[in-house]
Write a protein that binds this ligand. Sequence first.
Ligand SMILES: [Zn+2]
Length: 475
Amino acid sequence: MALRFYNTLTQEVEPFQPLQGNTVRMYTCGPTVYNFVHIGNFRTFTFQDILRRWLRYRGYELDHVMNVTDVDDKIIVNAAKENKSIEEYTAGFTKAFFEDAAALRLEQPEHVAPATKHIPEMVSAIQRLAEKGCTYTSDGSTYFRISTFPQYGKLSHNDFSGIRSGARVDVDEYDKADARDFVLWKGKRDDEPSWDTPFGAGRPGWHIECSAMAMSYLGETLDIHAGGVDLIFPHHENEIAQSESISGKSFARFWLHSEHLHIESQKMSKSLGNFYTLRDLFEIGHAPESIRYLLASVPHRKKLNFTFEGLKAAAKSVERLRDFELRVTSTRFPAGRNQDVSERSNEAIRQFEAGMDDDLNTAEALAAIFEYVRAMNTAIDDGQFQEENRWDAARVLEVFDGVFDVLKPSAPNALRGYGQAPSGPSDAEIEALIEERAQAKKARNFARSDEIRASLLEQGVVLEDTKDGVRWKRK
Ligand SMILES: [Zn+2]
């Protein structure tokens, strides 16, 4: 069965292929950089990373745009409170976002598009909407008139036939149950930051930035538009209304949405005290790989209940896979290649692929890997696993880790102190010390050999003496 995705627009699972050639043109809604990004958002960004990696595994090239919302009401209020310009205020949080994303091993999209760097594109999009009669102006602000777009509601599958025409609000955040005209351009108030345009000084509404930037980088029809379910309405519905009113064409062929993340079965909120940024989790000692594993392990269309038990279990799962990798690479096996073991490895890859092709069913893909690891550990115990089967196992782990990317431990200091160079010993330094320890042992200098073991342990490196030599791993 071919690669297929559940499409929010059609409410069906559909086979996926890009519209033109081999390149997938994809747009994802990025962060609003008014604060550190919480792990609910990172669930969505991790899902998008898995999506990118799987599209590439399936032979596609990517042209992916992600916006960064660096002007909005909260940013303006917060920057003013701190007596900073919005550029100064957002620069720090933008940097923090990309540090967090790198710690979680999220690939950077081909284009990162800050809103404030694309004001001319937004102005021209609004002008085209005005020419088509889709806008009206009131109190210096420009609004989109929803009654000009009869298909409004086709993504969220809501019935908006009862909309009062002309009703409006002029803030980005409003009651989702209340579908009304939305603002394209906010007229300048007081000394707020503003840009001069033919329709007056002001600043963009949130929705227009995504339509304008998506279409200017990727053209009128995208292959995939993705985001969290909370964006379906009104944000994505509004993007469709704007883009399709301008082009007269379908804006995005596939709409993919990831479900909510709950913490210990509760909605994450500051008032409940269960609001976590990635940094909060690093600070209490959780490794980026455990967090990435947990976020990726639940298929994106299922709600994810994030628990600290689950995080511990994720760390254990990662460790089990690393132990298997170490065992396969460092054990001496009988010469030859056992065909049954090779075939079992191919089967594991086929099962993994089948899971991922099925709307990125990561749970099924992981189950295939763990069944395989169990079977191989038994094969090793029984002496069935042979020297050249190593390469079969390496291939399985490579396919797995190309998507999940958790096998290589982060440098110990990646957990804290972003931006600092990692200070733990490098692989080469560890190998050199292990060699020195072997020499010391040979010379019966046990004090020195014990000292090396203890000092490595202190730096988070565990040595294990086996009959096949010394194995080591980072804790
Ligand atoms: Zn957007």
